[in-house]
Design a protein around this ligand. Sequence first.
Ligand SMILES: [Fe+2]
Length: 318
Amino acid sequence: MLVTALPGQSLPAVIEPDNDLSILDVIKENRAEIRSLITRTGAAMFRGFEVGGVDGLHDVVRALSGAPLDYTERTSPRSSLSGNVFTSTDYPPTEEIFLHNECSYQAQWPMKVFFYCLQPAETQGATPFADVREVYRHIDPAVAEEFIRRKWMYVRNFSEMGGSWQYFYDTDDRSQVERYCGSQGIDVEWVGTDGLRTRAVREPVHPHPVTGEPVWFNHATFFHISSLPQIYQEEMLEMYGEENLPTNSYYGDGARIPDDVMKHLQKAYRAALTRFDWQADDLVVIDNMLTAHGREPFTGGRRIAIAMAEASDAPVEP
Ligand SMILES: [Fe+2]
């Protein structure tokens, strides 16, 4: 295999074929090296291989990481393509999705996320990446220290209108929701006849389990109402009111995060953003703790499959 880079950018590293080996054989022969490349750079892209559709993606996940994980505590609408492979999101194509680390609001998260391009968009539609080590360097130390001291909290509201708790937790049984949330450090508040509000306080910075470096890994920015596309912000506030928003974030003590702090954090993510145009059969593996991802708006029939692997609470393999 040949390891290169995209012109002018360090993320993702690019792995290309230099003989007729299949992608699976390349992974089998170079597994440790590829894994260490991902942990070092944050993301690696296989380009120029025949992956073989969704089944091929399954095989790649298994060869590199083991069995793909299920998608629990879903935040954005997705459809299942096959087993634990999903479309990346069914969110409206006209809108940007802000940079985030998958499931960084949960008590556990996937260490690897796989993105596989079945069909590129006609225009835009990139999956932009940002090295959160770089994001962290762009954050004013006083802002970061305040989050480390106070932590951050997310609040979610489930309702008929914004998505029911029954769908989200895949049960009609309130006591089951309470048990699950209890085990995940999530506070539960039943609201009205059939509403649910959950709150969880999380750490903003976590040590990377392989490298030990402290990483800025949280959903405080992504979940905040001000990170939504402008056209949605007013609509959402009008429709729900602040305390009933489907998702929002606060400091860990429940206090509002000031607008200028949110703008500063959004700017820090954008300052680290890199993007490239997808080609059919591109397959990118990210270290989810090192690399945030987002989505550009797009036109055309873009199809990106996603799979997640390596639960953060499982034994660490370098
Ligand atoms: Fe995502």
